[in-house]
Design a binder for this molecule. Sequence first.
Ligand SMILES: Cc1cc2nc3c(=O)[nH]c(=O)nc-3n(C[C@H](O)[C@H](O)[C@H](O)COP(=O)(O)OP(=O)(O)OC[C@H]3O[C@@H](n4cnc5c(N)ncnc54)[C@H](O)[C@@H]3O)c2cc1C
Length: 369
Amino acid sequence: MAPENLADERAFIGELVGDRPAEWDVAGELPVDLLRKMGAKGMLCAEVPQAYGGVGVGSRENGELTAYVGSLCSSLRSIMTSQGIAASTIQRFGDREQRKRYLAELTGGKLAAVAFSEPEAGSDLAAMQTRIRPDGDEFVLDGEKKWVTGARYADLLLVLVRHGDDAAAVVVPTDTPGVHIEPVADPLGCRAAGHSQVRFDQVRLPVPRVLGGGGQSLSLLFTTALSYGRMSVAWGCVGILRACLSAATGHAKRRVQSGKPLAEHQLVAGHLADLLVAERTSAQACEAASRSWESASPDMIVAAVLAKHVSAGHAARGAATAVQVLGSAGSQDGHAVARAYRDAKLMEIIEGSNEICRLILSQHALESF
Ligand SMILES: Cc1cc2nc3c(=O)[nH]c(=O)nc-3n(C[C@H](O)[C@H](O)[C@H](O)COP(=O)(O)OP(=O)(O)OC[C@H]3O[C@@H](n4cnc5c(N)ncnc54)[C@H](O)[C@@H]3O)c2cc1C
C-alpha cells in the first residue's frame, strides 16, 4: 500500500473531488474553480519551494500525491503534470525575477499548460517550427502547437519555440491578442483534460516573457521539460493501477459465479496477481526515478524514461485486465475501470511514446554494456 504522506493534502483533494470524475469524463470538462482551489494551495506543482509559495516537497512525496490524484481522475492528474512541467521549467530556466513572478502565479491559483508538439513535430521534436523573432523592444511569436493538455483552462502557456539558431521557453498569457485555442473534439481518454490545438498569430511578447532571455539548446529544454513530465505521468500510472486493483479485488471478492467468489477461481486470481505485480513494479521504478531526481544523479533522465515506459505499459495492460475481471460490470462509460482503460492507453503515447522510450533505453544499453 502507498505511504500516507501529505495526508492533509490528500484529504483536501479527496473532499473536493468526491465521486465526480465519472461525470467529468462523460461531460468532457473539469470544474475550473476546483483546479484554482488546488492550484492556490500549491498542490498542482507541489515541488515548488516554499520561498516561491509552493508546498516544497520532494519528488517522491509529490509522486505519491500524483499517484493519489491519478487513482481518482487521470484528467485532473494531467492538469497537475502540465502545471508541474511549467513550474520546473520556469525554476530551471527563468531568471530571479521570472522565478519570483511566475512561480508565485502558479502557486497562487493561475493555471498553466505546456506546448511543445506541433502538427509536423510529434515524436520528432527537432522538426519544431514555432519561433520568436525580435521586433523593436519586443518579441513576435508565430506557429502552431497541438494536443496541449489543459490549454482550454489555462491562464498561461509555456511554449517551447525556436529562437534564432537556438531555442527558448516563453510564457504567454492566453488572453494575449493572436492566441487562438481550439479544444480537441472527443479525445479517446483523459476526456476532461482540456486538450487543445493552439495557434499563435503574430503574438507580441515583452522581453521578460522569454525565460532566461532565450538562446538555450533545444534538446536541453525538451529533456528538462519531458523528464519532469515523464515522472509525473509514471506516478499517475501507478495511481491508475491502484484504482484498478481496488476495483478488481473488490469485485472478485463479492461476485459469485459457479458457486464461489470470482477470486477463488484460479484464472481470475491470476489476473489479480498480475495487477499487483504491475502496481509494485511500476511504483518501484517511479521511486527509483524520484530518488535519482532528488539527488540530481546523472542517471535521472534515463530513470525517468524507464519509469514512464514501465508504468505506462503496466497501466495499459493492467486496466485491460481490470475490465476483464469485472466483465460487463466494468464495460460502461462511468465505471472507473472503463475510464482507466481509455486513459491508460494514452499514457503509452504522451511524454515520449513506447517506441521513443525504447529507442532512448536501447541507446543507453548500448552505451552502458
Ligand atoms: C492525451 C495526450 C496529451 C498530450 N499533451 C500534450 C501537451 O500537453 N503538450 C504537447 O505539446 N503535446 C501534447 N501531446 C502530444 C504528444 O506529445 C504527441 O502526440 C506525441 O509526442 C506523439 O506525437 P504524434 O502524435 O505526432 O505521433 P507520431 O510522432 O506521428 O508517431 C506515431 C507513431 O509512430 C511512432 N514513431 C514516430 N517516430 C518514430 C521513430 N523515430 N521510431 C519509431 N517509432 C516512431 C510513434 O511511437 C507512434 O507510435 C499530447 C498527446 C496526447 C495523446
